[in-house]
Design a protein around this ligand. Structure first.
Ligand SMILES: NC(=O)c1ccc[n+]([C@@H]2O[C@H](COP(=O)([O-])OP(=O)(O)OC[C@H]3O[C@@H](n4cnc5c(N)ncnc54)[C@H](O)[C@@H]3O)[C@@H](O)[C@H]2O)c1
Length: 295
């Protein structure tokens, strides 16, 4: 992340590779041909959102649907893996798609992404829990002159929350009496912990504060160091996602919280990201930050 200076003393984040000269066609977008990689809760919701906006969903790739077509909507072709989707039998091929939207599982996402990057097929991914492979994936994007847009959270609200959190962290930094911590809560089926959103949030906050140097996500069996941000995770019931950032002093507490009510915001944001990526056939590696900078 590179910092830009909005006005003296106020730093806010911006990621690399963004070309601020390219507009988002005044929010206009082209009709897209999309293949969904992963047809779980998010994949199925994306199919609905894409069709609502008039986009074509050519096919979905998901090994759990092989043979059974268990969740198959009438007009979607299913492939068990990306190789079969590339061959295009019995339906449209990956090469017919303007973009692939990938919401699968943390352990398979890097393999899926490398496959799509090597085939030079633009991809938007929302899968979390694989970011240790980001340097390798970024290298592949660069060497293949391909395009990838990733975000640990596609919700517009969360991306606004990131910016508000950055501003708050920057403001609080000189005031040592305010310690910083956070917590997140998600449904009890979530595979990764802490959430990708929590990691992004903490990275952004650390980038804005000189007196905080690292985050600790695990349970503390000691007191936190002065330069640590303690961030806790809770898994319960069907909570779609809650993230809080806390600035606490002897006198008072400042708390900012984002609560997702359902998955609609994630799907809407991922569709917006795909529209942005395909509108100008952008190449490189991007995040939701780049999309927001151009809207
Ligand atoms: N970035 C965001 O805004 C955001 C929002 C919601 C969820 N997520 C993340 O997206 C991912 C998917 O979420 P979900 O709720 O749809 O999960 P889910 O468990 O409902 O669906 C995952 C699907 O991936 C399929 N899958 C398994 N192996 C695959 C492979 N090799 N190729 C393609 N598909 C494969 C599974 O069969 C399953 O249907 C998770 O990592 C989740 O944390 C991100």
């Amino acid at each position: 992340m590179k910092k830009i200076f909005l006005r003296p003393g106020v730093r806010i984040f911006s990621s690399r590779y963004v070309d601020h000269s390219i507009g988002f066609c005044n929010n206009a977008y082209l009709k897209m041909k999309v293949i969904l990689d992963g047809y779980g809760k998010m994949g199925r919701l994306l199919e609905i959102k894409l069709r609502e906006k008039g986009h074509d969903v050519l096919a979905a790739v998901d090994p759990s649907l092989t043979g059974s077509g268990a969740h198959a909507s009438l007009s979607t072709v299913f492939y068990p893996n990306l190789k079969d989707a590339l061959s295009g039998k019995p339906g449209k091929s990956l090469k017919d798609a303007d973009v692939v939207i990938e919401f699968s599982l943390p352990n398979v996402a890097p393999v899926n992404l490398l496959f799509l990057i090597n085939e030079k097929i633009p991809v938007v991914t929302g899968t979390t829990g694989w970011y240790d492979k980001l340097p390798e994936i970024s290298k592949a994007v660069d060497s293949n002159v391909s395009s990838l847009l990733w975000s640990s959270n596609f919700s517009l609200g969360v991306n606004l929350f990131y910016r508000i959190a950055c501003y708050a962290a920057c403001m609080a930094d000189p005031f040592k009496e305010y310690d910083v911590a956070g917590f997140e809560a998600h449904h009890n089926n979530k595979a990764d912990s802490p959430s990708g959103t929590a990691k992004t949030l903490v990275d952004l906050v650390l980038g804005q504060m000189t007196r905080k140097k690292k985050a600790v996500f695990q349970m503390l069996e000691r007191t936190p160091e002065e330069d640590e941000i303690h961030f806790a995770s809770l898994r319960v019931g069907s909570v779609p996602g809650t993230h809080s950032l806390i600035f606490d002093s002897n006198a008072d507490t400042i708390e900012i919280t984002h609560k997702a009510r359902n998955r609609e915001g994630f799907a809407a944001g991922a569709v917006l990201a795909a529209e942005w990526l395909t509108a100008e056939k952008r190449t490189g590696i991007f995040t939701m930050d780049d999309v927001l900078n151009n809207v």
